[in-house]
Ligand binder design. Structure first.
Ligand code: GLA
Length: 388
């Protein structure tokens, strides 16, 4: 549990709102992606981990069929009748929790006989930093409703429901990575996920034993998946796959890139090259971690950033500055993480260098007149769970 609040506090918030104690408390974490960016919707590989920042949801039964949700991040609760659940029935922040209820039904769960619930959400996952605050809400609500209503869905099915809520209710065309990390993560481990088969390997990271820390550098540059370049990148990838005659870019190898370059326009080719080389970097980083330990993955992180900056073109000057300053101060490796166009970078740093790296990043931002970034350490934490 994060040190900002605990299950008792979330339960207290529920009681304050609804005037009775909740029946249960669940939570789910945000995530950091170590490597494998914009590969998930291309049926490729990703290697994220769940972080020690969580969204907590307290739940209480109702005797009608209304779903009501309140939170610490919005003044007013939002209600919807179970019969009225539909992609356009809710908007704003409530689309995440209530969209999940719709998505569970859409995935085949029988909600005809369940009773409504009151939900209260609290979170310490920073919003808009690329750390999947949205997936944390979706997954906390998904595990809570799944258990409370006795739906019996497994974690991959819950991940798909969270993604469906995000795609259809929130309207962001995102992949399956964030929800998978939030649901499958474990302490001190990364989730190596094949986004085609959804086979997941939970791999010990060993950062602490190796004296390493993952620093998050939140640039405070806002990113907007639904309206930003994310959808355009996804469309380029699909166009590239079509032009190359494959189902998805997962089916293109590094050795096929020369042919791809001859067949595609320059921009589409560079989008394709990012995805194809990034898939290979995930495989190489995981193998290197297993064979040579965590300090060996640095060069793959660095190369991933260059590919996102130059080929996929989803970085911004603040992210490049964060990465370069961290590398210059001795980070083992650094890259932007998440969808891009803002948000956060990560740096893998030896314990002893954390103050230097932090200071160098701050100084580099100040020298360029950028807004002061927030720099903090994250640890790989347990995925979604019941807390009370
Ligand atoms: C966002 C999306 C994910 C993934 C990343 C990029 O976080 O939600 O599905 O596509 O961007 O790797």
């Amino acid at each position: 549990m994060s040190d900002r609040f605990d299950a008792a506090e979330a339960a207290g918030g529920f009681t304050e709102y609804y005037g009775r104690a909740p029946g249960g408390v669940w939570s789910a974490p945000g995530r950091v992606n170590l490597i494998g960016e914009h590969t998930d919707y291309n049926d490729g590989f990703v290697f994220p981990f769940a972080i020690d920042r969580r969204t907590v949801v307290a739940l209480g039964d109702r005797d009608d069929q209304v779903l009501r949700v309140s939170s610490t991040f919005a003044p007013d609760p939002v209600s919807v009748h179970l019969d009225d659940l539909a992609p356009d029935a809710v908007s704003g922040w409530a689309a995440y929790p209530l969209g999940v209820a719709w998505a569970l039904r859409e995935s085949g769960a029988d909600l005809a006989h369940v009773r409504g619930v009151d939900l209260h959400l609290a979170s310490d996952v920073p919003i808009g930093a690329g750390l999947s605050s949205s997936a944390a809400i979706e997954c906390a609500v998904a595990v809570a409703l799944n258990e409370h209503w006795g739906l019996g869905l497994d974690r991959p099915a819950l991940a798909k429901a969270g993604q469906l809520a995000e795609n259809r209710v929130v309207g962001a065309p995102t992949g399956i990575m964030d929800q998978s990390a939030s649901l499958l993560g474990e302490a001190d481990a990364g989730v190596f996920l094949d986004c085609r088969s959804l086979d997941a390997d939970v791999i010990p990271l060993g950062f602490r034993d190796a004296g390493l820390v993952v620093l998050v550098i939140d640039t405070h540059v806002s990113h907007a998946h639904a309206t930003g370049g994310y959808a355009a990148r996804r469309a380029s990838c699909e166009a590239g796959a079509r032009a190359l005659g494959v189902d998805s870019l997962r089916d293109v190898r590094v050795a096929d890139l020369a042919r791809a370059e001859a067949e595609l326009d320059d921009e589409t080719f560079r989008r394709v090259r990012h995805v194809v080389t990034e898939n290979q970097r995930v495989l190489d980083a995981v193998r290197s971690l297993r064979e040579h330990g965590p300090a060996s993955i640095g060069p793959f992180l660095d190369a991933s950033h260059v590919s996102m900056r130059d080929d996929f073109e989803i970085s911004v000057p603040e992210l490049d500055t964060a990465v370069e300053a961290a590398q210059g101060a001795g980070a083992v490796g650094a890259r932007m993480t998440g969808g891009g166009f803002g948000g956060a970078a990560i740096a893998l740093v030896a314990d002893a260098l954390v103050p230097d790296v932090t200071e160098s990043v701050r100084a580099a931002f100040a020298a360029r007149g950028f807004r002061e970034p927030t720099v903090f350490a994250v640890a790989a934490a347990q995925g979604a769970r019941r807390d009370g």
